[in-house]
Write a protein that binds this ligand. Structure first.
Ligand code: FAD
Length: 698
């Protein structure tokens, strides 16, 4: 007997479709207006939709009744070939139609480096733009932009990731040939992890220790050809391979590379900042941090990706939650089943995750603006705002990727058993988001970088020196005492708000400001009053430093959310403004009362908020949840994800969960073989393993 594989996706109304439709129509605002706000304009939304439609049509993924191939064919080789297939479709579309939609993210809304072609745009072209000379840009950019060269960004080694200065690969200038020799001197210097390095790229930007006339100048970037452009084989002296299956990102070939005395032209060193001339003289970069500009810029992209990937996960969970029904148990008066969204715990989890996705989106805009401002300043040869931007990017990247990973995992749990199915799309999305906490600056290293910047600000305040204007709240927050080592003092003003006053944005900001000022000074004092050597004192106080950095970041993020809402264009509809301001308040207040938020305890540990005030905040949050419940589906629809890109049997826009789950499950190769060939049982397993057990032939 064969399973019916051709069940069409029913278009007739079923209960789930009806529930979805009413959840969607309950919104008070037009989700398209929010879509335009997310992506920039109606024109961009139209072009973006067209790009997705073209690529999804080529890939054949728009027919959602067909089981997506990534759930059917899952070997290492299969997944890599699928990544090549959709990566090729995306890059060809971008080149033909000259658009940026797949520059930093894939047709599945994942970060572009999960495509074998993705590193070219996302990091290599960027590295060239930021670190190469004008001549080098003219030479390389057109080749990468037209697909004539495919890139990887090779920094991490088997032995070193976070500690970039500890990289061991060397680039030694050879005076006899006026070339650099790229070499891997140890096993631990093997380049390990770079996306596309395994089998897809032709060239790589390689981070190596520059050695000129026996002097080491630290890590610099070099353009190295790795493979023959004719047949893809590695060039002499270079060994390349794949690093194997990963939690996610299996559609690309993260790889390893070793170099055995590989000669490259001197002009292959990226010489936009530091230079080596033909007589072996070295001139350094005007600012030592410029070598890391590519990573800084990519961090801004990672933050945007964290927002959209979290939005993807919560879109699936929201859609499932408004169509999935469960009763509350025999002892409950709710004998009639309710959609799971009705239960307050689900309602709280889903809506706070939605709020976090928007908080990250708006924080990313603040970061982008600061980054662009700093770039303009750098074009004029000034670097004064670079430390601020570096601190800002460190905090927002570490925070956003952590809450996106935690939020996506909770969104998955919100879908119960079905969320554990691969075909829900959630396991892979959760695993992909988790990588963001590690790549482009490991989060715990980044918290420390922000902490270091904050302490420098406090030192400047103590010395009565100017701060970046965006850090003025620190200068305003402390009183200077000119005697003793602890020269700064924070005078705390207790929070006096009650009831609905917590909806006041200034009240919310003042709570966050108080906590930041208190924790930054506490960490600074602990560090500077320690009698241990600095490195030991730093390590002893690391958790205080991280708490301080997190508190400052929370203040920045809440300020950014509020200021974006305050500066919405005058054309924004009142309904949308209201919904976004509720969302901002939900974000700010739920972080304080939710015991699962990392910082929750810091808002109450000094009694700045009393027990009664916490109860008031809980009431206000409950009110916000009620207001926002009818908006849930529209708030996630606004991200404009296609069904094909969500690739989720339980997250279809039309709510058709059960039909899709069963259609896809029936098409799994293991079921097809069992039903089409073996009479409803998987014969190899039954014959060789189950039957002998049954027949006692152990
Ligand atoms: C999906 C993915 C794609 C990647 N793509 C690329 C790529 O294209 N190119 C590339 O070059 N690399 C790539 N990487 C590698 C990535 O950049 C590194 O994994 C990252 O920099 C972290 O380094 P590590 O793995 O050596 O971790 P480690 O530095 O060994 O960190 C391990 C643990 O030690 C802790 N730790 C380390 N140092 C400190 C410290 N000073 N203080 C406190 N705690 C510390 C960290 O917090 C972490 O918990 C990729 C990684 C992933 C997961």
């Amino acid at each position: 007997m064969a399973l019916d594989m051709r069940t069409p996706n029913p278009v007739t109304a079923n209960r789930q479709r009806t529930l979805m439709s009413s959840a969607r129509t309950s919104a008070s605002f037009d989700s398209f207006e929010l879509t335009c706000m997310i992506y920039g304009s109606a024109h961009i939304v139209k072009d973006r939709r067209a790009a997705f439609e073209r690529v999804e049509t080529i890939l054949g993924t728009r027919d959602t009744s067909v089981l997506p191939s990534n759930y059917a064919y899952t070997s290492r080789e299969d997944l890599y070939m699928q990544g090549l297939t959709w990566g090729k479709a995306a890059i060809e579309d971008s080149i033909q139609y000259q658009h940026p939609f797949f520059d930093n993210s894939t047709p599945q809304n994942s970060l572009a480096n999960s495509s074998p072609f993705g590193m070219t745009r996302a990091m290599v072209e960027l590295g060239i733009q930021l670190c190469a000379s004008e001549e080098q840009k003219r030479q390389w950019l057109p080749l990468f932009r037209t697909g004539k060269m495919i890139g990887a960004y090779c920094q991490t080694e088997l032995g070193h990731g976070t500690f970039v200065r500890g990289l061991e690969t060397t680039a030694t200038w050879d005076p006899d040939t006026d070339e650099f020799v790229i070499h891997s001197p140890t096993l631990s210097s093997t380049k390990f992890w770079p996306g596309a390095l395994g089998f897809s790229c032709t060239h790589a930007l390689v981070m190596a220790q520059l050695v000129v006339q026996s002097k080491t100048y630290g890590p610099h970037l070099f353009m190295v050809q790795l493979r023959s452009l004719e047949d893809g084989t590695p060039l002499p002296g270079i060994t390349l391979g794949d690093i194997g299956p990963k939690m996610s990102y299996n559609t690309t070939c993260n790889g390893f590379a070793t170099f055995d005395q590989v000669h490259i032209s001197r002009k292959a060193m990226l010489m936009g900042h530091a230079k080596v001339t033909s007589d072996g003289s070295y001139s350094g970069s005007p600012n030592s941090k410029l070598i890391y500009l590519t990573m800084l810029k990519v961090r801004t992209t990672v933050v945007k990706s964290a927002a959209s990937q979290l939005a993807e996960a919560v879109t699936i969970a929201t859609r499932y939650s408004v169509v999935r029904e469960q009763g509350a148990g025999a002892e409950s008066s709710h004998s009639i089943e309710k959609t799971i969204m009705w239960y307050k715990s689900q309602h709280f989890r889903i809506l706070t995750i939605i709020a976090k996705a928007y908080a990250i989106l708006f924080a990313s805009r603040t970061l982008d603006a600061a980054y662009e401002g700093s770039r303009e300043e750098q074009q004029e040869g000034a670097f004064t705002s670079l430390p601020y931007v570096h601190g800002l990017a460190s905090g927002i990247k570490a925070w956003s990727t952590q809450i996106a990973a935690d939020g996506a995992e909770d969104a998955r749990k919100c879908c119960g058993g079905q969320g554990y199915l691969s075909i829900s799309g959630l396991p892979d999305k959760v695993a992909a988001i988790t990588a963001l906490a590690t790549l482009e600056g490991e989060n715990y290293a980044l918290w420390q970088q922000l902490g270091r910047y904050l302490f420098k600000c406090l030192d400047r305040i103590a010395e009565n020196e100017d701060l970046d204007p965006r850090m003025q709240y620190l200068a305003d927050g402390y009183i200077r005492h000119l005697d003793g080592i602890n020269t700064l003092q924070y005078i705390s003003r207790p929070c006096t708000a009650t009831g609905h006053e917590f909806l006041d944005l200034d009240v919310q900001l003042s709570i966050y400001r108080h906590t930041a000022l208190r924790l930054i000074l506490a960490a600074h004092t602990a560090l500077y009053t320690s009698e241990k050597p600095y490195a030991e004192a730093w390590n002893d106080n690391l958790m205080l430093t991280i708490a301080a950095a997190r508190a400052h970041n929370q203040y920045t993020v809440v300020s950014s959310f509020i200021s974006h809402i305050n500066s919405l264009p005058s054309t924004t509809s009142p309904a949308l403004k209201t919904v976004l301001s509720y969302l901002s308040a939900l974000f700010a207040l739920s972080e304080i009362i939710n015991p699962q938020s990392i910082n929750a305890i810091s808002y109450v540990e000094d009694n700045h908020l009393s027990h009664a005030q916490l109860d008031s905040i809980r009431d206000v949050v409950n009110g916000l949840l009620e207001q926002l419940l009818p908006e849930s589906v529209a708030l996630t629809d606004a991200w404009d994800f296609t069904d094909a890109s969500l690739c989720s049997a339980i997250g279809m826009a039309d709510g058709d969960v059960y039909e899709t789950v069963m259609e896809w499950v029936k098409q799994l190769p293991i079921n097809r073989k069992a039903w089409d060939e073996d009479g409803g049982v998987f014969q190899p397993g039954w014959r060789e393993m189950v039957a002998p057990v049954l027949k006692g032939k152990l």
